[in-house]
Design a protein. Sequence first.
Length: 320
Amino acid sequence: MSRKIIAYNFVLTEALEQLDDRFEVDFFEGIDPKTDLAFLKALQEAEGIVGLALPVDKALLDRAPNLKIVANNSTGYNNLSIEEMTKRGVMGTHTPGVLEDTTADAIFGILLAAARRIPELDHFVKAGNWKQHLTIEQYAVDVHHKTLGIIGMGKIGSTIAKRGHFGFDMKILYHNRTRNPETEEKYHASYCDLDTLLKESDFVCLMTPLTPETENLIGEREFKLMKKSCIFVNGSRGKTVDERALIEALRNKEIHGAALDVYQTEPVRADHPLLQFANVVTTPHIGSSTYETELKMAKLAVENLHAGLTGKRPKNLINP
Ligand code: DGY
């Protein structure tokens, strides 16, 4: 009898070729995992799940008596209740080490786009409004030689620091749970407390994972501490920011603008207030979404899944 696997949300099929014909894969895309009957039926038999952002909580685990492993096709794993999984002997894995450059490119890209007003001016040209030299109101702000404050100096944060330091001569400040001596040395990054970072940075870039400690880390108080000229960039998870406070900060011109790749609810609604500001650049959670990197991530996720289902320790096991 074949062993059942669920592939959830657009796992590249090339990556699944690593699985031999003992395994049978059911694909589920764009469904509601709480109510989709075919998914709930597959869950009964599934030994493994590979996929993106499936909420694996007590309710899902109760419906998955044969589950041994959930291989996340992402580096973030805030969708997994690791404690609950561990209690039931279900492994969780993720995909660090293959997406840092790609994600740093995307996050630095939206930072540049917000500072230089690229989407707004692209629209201006395409709408046929470029009839004379730019007016002073259309001028942007510089990125080079400014201060970049990075909250969450893990692998992706460090890769952003590298771009800021070498590419744009920026001064790098950072705040993290622990000091990162390698990044301090390589990219001349200075560690500081959160409030100092918020007060002194021209760009505040949030890259921390979502945990109970970082939920709503940036709210009204934090936006008030930022410079009026600050551009706030979120490349972590939407729930690390109090969106209502961000909207208020933008309305009251407490900050200059924002660049967002992540939102409290994804996909974000088209009528969401944050999408109505010209000085907010938005992308649909594209951090790692290039073909090359998505393939590396999917291959690593499937490698982890395969290891877990064949009695080996997965390379990127999260459980303690
Ligand atoms: C990650 O890998 O965590 C990216 O944000 C995609 O979810």
